[in-house]
Design a protein around this ligand. Structure first.
Ligand code: UDP
Length: 247
């Protein structure tokens, strides 16, 4: 798949539909696969931390979750066709696995969130096969038992919703111990499935203003959102230097 190098992070040039197809094909391939969906803040983390940049680039699919990343691709004159948010890919995959019967494990969020997400998803997709769940708050000595629980569940696909950079690091560190086919690092998606966090209405998303809607609903995010202008300036002034390695 063609990629664009944004500040050292190799983002796949893929559409939403293409990303869902790619995840579905991974479910039939041997081995396990990591799917990361970085926004501007996460790409900036990779720019500042070479080790984390390597972890992001180890993904089997890396989509642009955020209008800032799409604008960056335009600045770099290699435009991505659209924003491919982790939540949207997860929704597309859920629709497909509710028919194919693949087994899903929900990992992350505060206690009770995965349970509520399961209940809501099962109401919408009665045939969806959710084989396990657990919250995302744990100590390092619980990691082995989490891995055993995921493996014992027979999950084909795990939604790892621990927030960045924790989820990407967790997936990278434990990939080889997990017997599932796909692990998707998709941030606060379980909160949305659980109904605790509202997604921006379509019209805001179309205008590229989902970040503003989120800020209106969760004003304490202002500190984290300052990453957006920093990301924009960094791409403008340093972005071209990274383009050489593009495939
Ligand atoms: N979270 C978790 N374990 C932690 C820290 C965070 O499971 O140790 C969860 C948190 O409850 C939330 C998600 O990770 O559900 C992060 O959500 P956020 O909206 O910050 O992520 P984003 O989608 O912005 O990356």
């Amino acid at each position: 798949m063609e990629k664009i190098n944004i500040l050292g992070v190799n983002v796949d040039k893929v559409t939403n539909a293409g990303a869902v197809d790619k995840v579905m094909s991974m479910l039939y391939e041997p081995g396990n696969h990591a799917v990361f969906t970085p926004n501007s803040e996460i790409i900036l983390m990779g720019y500042k931390d070479m080790e984390f940049c390597g972890i992001l680039n180890s993904a089997d699919l890396l989509t642009a979750d955020g209008i800032g990343v799409v604008y960056a691709s335009k600045i770099l004159k290699n435009p991505l066709s659209e924003r491919v948010a982790g939540y949207d890919v997860a929704c597309g995959v859920i629709e497909r696995i509710a028919q194919s019967g693949h087994r899903l494990y929900l990992f992350g969020g505060k206690p009770g969130v995965a349970e509520q997400a399961e209940q809501n998803l099962k109401e919408k997709y009665p045939l969806l096969n959710i084989v396990g769940k657990r919250n995302g708050y744990f100590s390092p000595d619980e990691v082995d038992s989490i891995i055993s629980d995921i493996n014992a569940s027979g999950a084909d696909l795990v939604f790892v919703c621990l927030g960045a950079p924790m989820q990407e690091k967790w997936i990278y560190a434990n990939k080889d111990k997990l017997s599932c086919h796909v692990m998707m690092g998709i941030g606060g998606s379980l909160d949305v499935f659980a109904g605790n966090v509202e997604r921006a209405p379509e019209a805001w998303c179309k205008l590229g203003l989902e970040w503003l809607y989120r800020l209106k609903k969760e004003p304490w995010r202002i500190g984290r959102m300052m990453a957006l202008p920093k990301f924009g300036f960094t791409v403008l002034f340093k972005g071209k230097r990274y383009k050489k390695g593009e495939k």
